[in-house]
Design a protein around this ligand. Structure first.
Ligand code: 9MR
Length: 741
């Protein structure tokens, strides 16, 4: 859909003349030399082989059998860019069925990308055009067409390549459909039912609820709410909670607009609970994904030491010491580890202990809270252990493998992460990743994540696999002791090449969480003493815009201490603290016309905001458990409305749920947008969501100046707004389980 739009826009915008002739107005300045190939080939270059000019266009023979897009390119260097200036990057290209990665970026290491687009080419010469704002000033940029990654050789032709500076910015306007915003999946029959109307009107307007036959079944008047900060829109809210009749195909009509259809029912939430949990099987590393279990998603096992993978069977430590000694333990170790298995973190092939930790905790917490028995169609199904526990076990076994074995330096500590030595391109199936895999230094945060989740596992798995429970508890104890002996080994922000940094230099929260889990599992005095002495124990841990995430884990400990049975002194105060935290998020939600319990400082929505929203809902739901107060239950349920369509973009962030939903999340293997033979993400995959900082060039090219909720785009290139990640789906799974229950 997006590609069609681009081609269309290009057709309207472009007059196909040679680049040098394109000075449309006095300010426009062409940056590419010889873009029309009227003067031979110079100064264009190709990775190898000759560029031939025939019929006024340039062609190259692209070799087959390369892995990354950048393994074969043609381009031109010494391009000038000025920060803040708008450029139109356009060209005509041919290459039936192939996707070209057209970039403007740095021409030397670290080869930053300033803009990229990935159009699918056809057998005919077609024009493509994109407008972006440069974030940098440089005289050393390049334009390049990256053409690698095809198993077979092919021919690429290009003409009329132009990079025109000084053009007016292109204003991207998302298609947000009808102005009545609802939960497109559905409302629970006995749950809250709220909607948001975008309108210029400042006084109450009539609304009507219609059933599938178009009959008005309820009506009322809207409540004007003024300008909503999170969207910049003037809005009203609508409340039809009093309507409880089950059915499908309802619509809400107001101000001459008809909402997208929705159900009043519970069934979709049961399905969502299952799908959100099924997500994890297709993220598995080290095992083939079976077609019979996931039709359309089969793939060979990734990183099992079968070429071109270098495998995760014997992974060495990072060869190069980290640039900032003192921050962490740099450099090589004297062993390799078998770290096969686990879940791939996100759209990359990295596996990170801190993010694995919070994800495991949240899914196991859903099991401890709801006893989730969903059938997940995984290889272990039917073995007598609940599927959800078998799924989490896949990650737990990996986490345990990340612990430094006895007899080595830092024994008992956990390596922070394992991933590729360099970033790979998209698409790239896990089994085709040729990069060297590396263990990154141990860290206190990772070690405490291991201690917390292994202690929790010891409790949860005891009934089903006592030997595993005992092994996990021993690992948790060892990890906790090792972390106390090495309390300040921090993963640095600079360690972000080939994988995410997951830098974390605040670990008192992780100490608290780990001690809480160890105490809840063992009841032992030493952990109790540690807990009670922790400054986190009496701190208000629910002050963050999001209550918890991979970096801030104190709330995980607090919620478990509040909910799970123990003899800990002062449990009433612990419970009170959770209820006060929930009251804080409830007050925020009541203030938000879109019903979202999230209002970060300066309206700066964070990376993965959807998970922050859902994690806050988990606090609300837990307060409902503790108090039985309907206001908390309703607030938690209402949060789902935002994620499923009641938002400024009028779309659901969960693939396959709602009439319009995210489907192009950033992923190397669900890369349908780049390669039509690959699937979209499976139903039940949550996109990260609005991110005010829009760190990726694609989002920057479309969304610069966006207001919070609008800082999102469903494009595979937008890794900062549209990735999928295990810790985001764990939040979705928890809240889907709550809604279904
Ligand atoms: O979710 C992470 C977010 O909180 C951080 O701000 C961001 C930058 O460090 O990284 C996010 O995590 C990504 C990780 O680094 C690599 N795998 C994909 C993750 C989701 O985008």
């Amino acid at each position: 859909m997006i590609r069609t739009a681009v081609v269309l826009a290009a057709t309207l915008l472009l007059v196909p003349v040679s680049a040098k002739a394109q000075a449309a107005n006095a300010d426009d300045v062409e940056q590419i030399v010889n873009g029309g190939f009227d003067n031979g080939v110079a100064p264009w270059w190709a990775s190898s082989g000759a560029i031939t000019v025939a019929g006024g266009q340039a062609c190259v023979d692209v070799p087959g059998g390369t892995v990354n897009k950048w393994d074969f390119s043609i381009g031109q260097n010494d391009i000038d860019l000025v920060a803040g200036e708008n450029y139109r990057y356009s060209f005509t290209a041919t290459g039936a069925g192939h996707v070209v990665r057209a970039i403007v970026g740095g021409s030397a290491a670290p080869y930053d990308t300033y803009f990229e687009a990935s159009p699918g080419l056809t057998a005919d010469a077609e024009p493509y055009a994109y407008t972006f704002t440069s974030a940098v000033t440089t005289g050393q940029a390049q334009v390049a067409f990256q053409l690698g990654g095809s198993p077979d050789p092919w021919t690429f032709c290009v003409d009329d390549a132009s990079l025109l500076g000084g053009v007016p910015p292109e204003v991207y306007v998302p298609d947000t459909g009808p102005r009545v915003r609802v939960n497109q999946v559905g409302y629970l029959p006995d749950g809250p039912k709220k909607a948001t109307l975008v309108t210029d009107a400042t006084t109450a307007l009539p609304w009507q609820l219609r059933n599938a036959a178009g009959k008005v079944v309820k009506s009322g008047r809207s409540t004007p709410r003024g300008v909503d900060v999170s969207s910049g829109q003037n809005v009203h809210s609508i409340d039809f909670s009093g309507y409880r009749v089950r059915g499908a195909g309802y619509t809400l009509v107001a101000d001459g607009e008809t909402s997208r259809p929705f159900d009043v029912d519970t069934a979709a939430y049961r399905q969502l609970r299952t799908d959100a949990l099924k997500f994890f099987y297709t993220q598995r590393s080290g095992i083939e994904i079976r077609e019979d279990l996931r039709p359309g998603y089969a793939r060979p096992a990734g990183h099992v030491d079968v070429a071109p993978n270098l495998g995760d069977g014997a992974v060495p430590c990072q060869a190069v010491p980290l640039p900032k000694p003192g921050l962490s333990v740099g450099g090589a170790c004297d062993y390799t580890l078998d770290v096969t298995g686990g879940w791939y973190d996100a759209g990359d092939h990295g596996k990170y202990v801190v993010n694995g930790g919070i994800s495991v905790w949240q899914v196991l917490s859903a099991y401890e809270r709801f006893g989730v028995k969903s059938e997940l169609a995984i290889p272990e199904s039917g073995n007598g252990t609940p599927d959800v526990l078998d799924e989490v076990r896949w990650e737990l076994d990996f986490l345990l493998k990340m612990q430094v074995p006895a007899g080595h330096a830092y024994a008992g500590m956990a390596h922070h992460k394992i991933h590729d030595a360099a970033w790979t391109g998209l698409p790239l199936l896990p089994h085709l990743d040729p990069q060297q895999r590396e263990l990154h230094p141990v860290s206190t945060a990772a070690t405490l994540n291991l201690a917390a989740t292994a202690a929790q596992a010891a409790r949860v798995y005891r009934r089903f696999d006592p030997a595993f429970a005992a092994k996990a508890l021993a690992a948790a104890r060892t990890a906790f002791t090792a972390a106390r002996a090495n309390p300040a080994l921090y993963a640095p922000e600079s360690d972000g090449i080939g994988g995410g940094a997951y830098n974390d230099s605040k670990v008192d929260d992780d100490f608290y969480w780990a001690a809480a889990e160890l105490y809840l599992t063992t009841g032992e005095r030493s952990y109790q003493d540690f807990l009670l002495a922790s400054p986190q124990h009496t701190a208000d841990v629910f002050t963050g815009a999001g209550a918890f995430d991979w970096a801030s884990t104190a709330a995980a400990g607090r919620l478990d201490l509040a909910v799970l049975p123990s003899k800990l002194p002062g449990r009433a105060q612990i419970r009170d603290s959770v209820v006060r935290g929930a009251a804080h998020y409830l007050a925020i939600q009541r203030d938000q016309p879109y019903g979202v319990p999230y209002a970060p400082a300066n309206n700066a929505w964070d990376w993965g905001s959807n998970s922050a929203v859902l994690n806050n809902a988990q606090v609300l739901a837990t307060a409902y458990d503790l108090t039985g107060r309907a206001a908390f239950r309703d607030a938690a349920l209402e949060t789902m409305d935002y994620v499923l369509g009641r938002n400024a973009l009028n779309q659901s962030y969960v693939t396959g749920y709602g009439e319009v939903s995210s489907q192009n999340q950033h992923s190397r293997w669900y890369a349908h947008e780049l390669d039509a033979t690959l699937p979209h993400p499976p139903n039940g995959s949550l996109a990260g969501g609005a991110n005010s900082s829009i760190q990726d060039p694609y989002a920057q090219s479309k969304l610069t100046g966006c207001v919070a909720q609008f800082c999102y785009i469903d494009d595979i290139q937008s890794w900062s707004t549209n990735e999928l990640t295990i810790n985001w789906n764990s939040a979705l799974a928890w809240m889907a389980a709550f809604s279904a229950s």
